[in-house]
Ligand binder design. Structure first.
Ligand SMILES: Nc1ncnc2c1ncn2[C@@H]1O[C@H](COP(=O)(O)OP(=O)(O)OP(=O)(O)O)[C@@H](O)[C@H]1O
Ligand SMILES: [Mg+2]
Length: 358
């Protein structure tokens, strides 16, 4: 498994030029995916998860999209520097992609078998028979009962959960080194969600691949992630091992997300406020307008640089973790601010101690 990442995304900026202004969907995002591990990207709707993941193999529409800056190094090759023809070799080849919208993923007029066979033959020198055998084997491995008979069925002949398994089989057709799965279970009911997640985990072990899983469900993260990247408004707020991020969540945004986790009733509590306009994001920390701990330092300049928390495997973009700030002063102001914040009496998002913000 080695320590060298299979994927290294550095300072990625993907913008969309629209008549109404430039949408800074992804605005300086960095993270790694190591070999054989699952990295989950979490964050509210609109935080840039899909755009970031689709920028990896340049699947975003260009124009209006543009990868303004950044490196995407996959197994030593900077994908951002490849031609369109060269990058197509990676798409659906060494990098499989399960899209957020499963509707568009399968062609309604082609049998599922044909679609998997085509995915295999697009990247591999496989004969028809060999590809067919492999397709049936894949359908079987993703848990389609009676796979050989189902080979000739059309997508509409499958239930939602089974269709999503087929979509995963297509993405696995070329035995990818990296599988990008964008909310692969959101459209499905809870039991099926759990099945698909277990399936992903099993397949990952079996195929020895890395997985970049996008979700806004922290329950899913707890179940499947090795590492977590928390995104907000086009920026990374926190990243680290699943243990660090879930056991020792440190960015106020992560704390707020965890606070929104469904309780036993299953209902998710909404996070107060809303995402900033991506055409005109706030200065300073992008979360500061919604942050119960924000002080003046949070409002000016750029998003704070990533700073190490207590563990080297855990980094946070927050002034409380940034060297050079007067921690005692900030802590005092933060305590005063939280006390005075009547509107959000419960707003200290899980860290009511106001204390060890470091
Ligand atoms: N083609 C496009 N043109 C203009 N803006 C776009 C385009 N695609 C995405 N965006 C904008 O980029 C931002 C990030 O969108 P993205 O789809 O990556 O969010 P997300 O985190 O995946 O959200 P969700 O959880 O809802 O899937 C949003 O503000 C979105 O409106
Ligand atoms: Mg998305």
């Amino acid at each position: 498994m080695g320590d060298e990442p299979i994927l290294s995304v550095r300072n990625l900026r993907t913008h969309f030029r629209t008549d109404a202004g430039t949408v800074r969907a992804v605005d300086g995002v960095s993270f790694d995916v190591r070999r054989g591990e699952t990295v989950c990207v979490v964050g509210e709707s609109g935080s840039g998860k899909t755009v970031a993941s689709e920028s990896i193999t340049r699947l975003i529409p260009i124009p209006p999209g543009e990868i303004v800056e950044g490196e995407v190094v996959f197994d030593g090759v900077d994908l951002a520097s490849l031609s369109d023809r060269e990058i197509r070799e990676y798409r659906g080849g060494r990098i499989g992609h399960v899209f957020q919208n499963p509707q568009g993923a399968l062609h309604p007029m082609h049998t599922v078998g044909r679609q998997i066979v085509e995915a295999i033959r697009l990247h591999r020198d496989a004969g028809k028979r060999e590809a067919r055998e492999r397709a049936i084997d894949l359908l079987d491995r993703v848990g389609i009962p009676d796979a050989a008979a189902r080979f000739d069925n059309y997508p509409h002949e499958f239930s939602g959960g089974m269709k999503q398994r087929v979509v995963i089989a297509v993405a696995l057709a070329c035995d990818p080194d990296l599988l990008i799965a964008d909310e692969p279970t959101t459209a499905l009911d809870v039991t099926i969600q759990a099945q698909i997640l277990r399936l992903l985990r099993d397949l990952q072990e079996e195929f020895g691949m890395s997985v970049l899983l996008i979700t806004h469900d922290l329950g899913v993260v707890a179940e499947i992630a090795d590492r977590v990247v928390v995104m907000y408004a086009g920026k990374v707020m926190e990243r680290g091992t699943v243990y660090e991020v879930l056991e020792n969540p440190s960015h106020p945004y992560t704390l707020a997300l965890l606070d929104c986790l469904p309780g036993s009733g299953g209902a998710m509590r909404p996070l107060g406020g809303s995402l900033p306009d991506p055409r005109d994001p706030p200065s300073g920390c992008r979360f500061h307008p919604r942050c119960p701990h924000a002080v003046e330092e949070c409002e000016t300049g750029d998003q704070p640089a990533m700073g190490a928390a207590e563990s080297p495997d855990h980094e946070i973009s927050c002034v409380y973790y940034h060297e050079g700030y007067d921690e005692t002063a900030i802590r005092e102001r933060r305590a005063a601010k939280v006390d005075g914040d009547v509107g959000r009496a419960d707003g200290n998002v899980g860290r009511a101690d106001g204390g060890d913000g470091r």
